[in-house]
Each structure stands twice: as C-alpha cells, then as structure tokens.
Ligand binder design. Structure first.
Ligand SMILES: [Mg+2]
Length: 198
C-alpha cells in the first residue's frame, strides 16, 4: 500500500505548515495545500487526495461548505479543524463525510490518531460506495437480461429456461458477458423496430 495522500486546507499559513510537517514526519504524503475553500475545491479535483484536513473558519467559503461540495463531487471526506469558540459550527458539520474534528491548537498527539481513524473510516466509506455501485450494476444487468430473455422467448417460441440457456451458451461460446449478449439482443430488436417504422 502506498502512502496516504492528504490535502491541508488552512488560512493561517504557519498552522498550515505545522500540520503539513507533522503529517510528513509521520509518513503521510501532503499532495496539496490551500488557504481557502475555493482553492480546496480546485485542488481536490486535480490532486484527488484520500483525505482533507480542513479548517472551518476561512475567508469567503468556510470549510464546512467546501468539504460538502468536495464530497458531493469527488467523494473525498474531511477531518475538520476548529477553534474552541466555533463549537456551534461543529453541530452543522455532523455529516457522513466529516470524519472527525480537531480543536485548535493542533498537536501531533491529537492529529495523527485522528488522521488514522479518519483514513480507516474513509476506506470503509469507499468500500461501501463500491459495493452499492456493484449492486446497482447487477440489478441493471438482471433487468436487461430479463428483457433479452423475453425477446428470445417470443422470437424462438421457447421457454424461459431455454431462453436463458441460449443466452448463457452464446455468452460462453463468444467470451461475452451475459449482459453484453443481452445488450446486443436489445439493440437488434430496436434496429428492427426502427427499420419497420421507416
Ligand atoms: Mg481559519
């Protein structure tokens, strides 16, 4: 496994450098740093870090809004930095993509375990999103295969089981997935019906 890639977003440059150094010293790669929410969004798009350490209070766009936008667009979660006086903002930040928050001043003792936990959670989030995507694809495959089977049953006057066998043996003989075969059958049907419409 390669180094974890992090982005640090903090408008106070000294603190930003401190955090960056702590991360590097602990074996992380800091692939981007930003001093504003806007810049963070831009860099998240190009650098695609695994996790963002994000200050809440920054001029123009705050860290909560920026992290929400980044998560929606790129599914990159964030660990928030907050001053003690901003505790009310933390309420607002209770969201799936916020994997924790650190109260300033940030010490290495607090930062590193928080980053570790956040990265583990980020991995779980990613795996879960992947599972959901695969499940959705499977459901879609089944729908298409079902429709293709219906066409075969109608055209060849065969039972559902026979239609399924036809699909399966074509897919095995031609090294195509069942979904690909089903797609072709559906496309064929569409071309035929378009042709008769002309
Ligand atoms: Mg700030």
């Amino acid at each position: 496994m390669g180094k974890h890639r992090l982005m640090v977003v903090e408008d106070e440059s000294i603190l930003r450098m401190d955090i960056k150094e702590m991360l590097i010293e602990n074996g992380y790669e800091v692939v981007a740093e930003a001093n504003s929410g806007d810049k963070a969004i831009e860099l998240a798009a190009t650098r695609k870090p695994d996790l963002i350490v994000m200050d809440i209070k920054m001029p123009k766009m705050n860290g909560i809004k920026a992290s929400r936008i980044i998560y929606q667009a790129f599914q990159i979660p964030a660990l928030l930095l907050t001053a003690y006086s901003e505790r009310d903002l933390v309420e607002e930040a209770k969201n799936a993509h916020i994997l924790g928050y650190l109260v300033k001043p940030v010490t290495e003792r607090d930062l590193i375990p928080a980053v570790e936990i956040a990265l583990a959670q980020a991995n779980r989030l990613k795996a879960m999103a992947n599972d959901i995507k695969k499940m959705e694809e499977k459901i879609q495959d089944q729908k298409i295969i079902q429709r293709a089977k219906g066409i075969l049953m109608e055209v060849y006057q065969v039972s559902e089981e026979q239609a399924f066998k036809m699909l399966r043996s074509y897919s095995m003989n031609h090294g195509m997935t069942m979904r690909k075969v089903a797609d072709s059958i559906l496309l064929n049907r569409k071309l035929e019906s378009d042709a008769t419409a002309i």
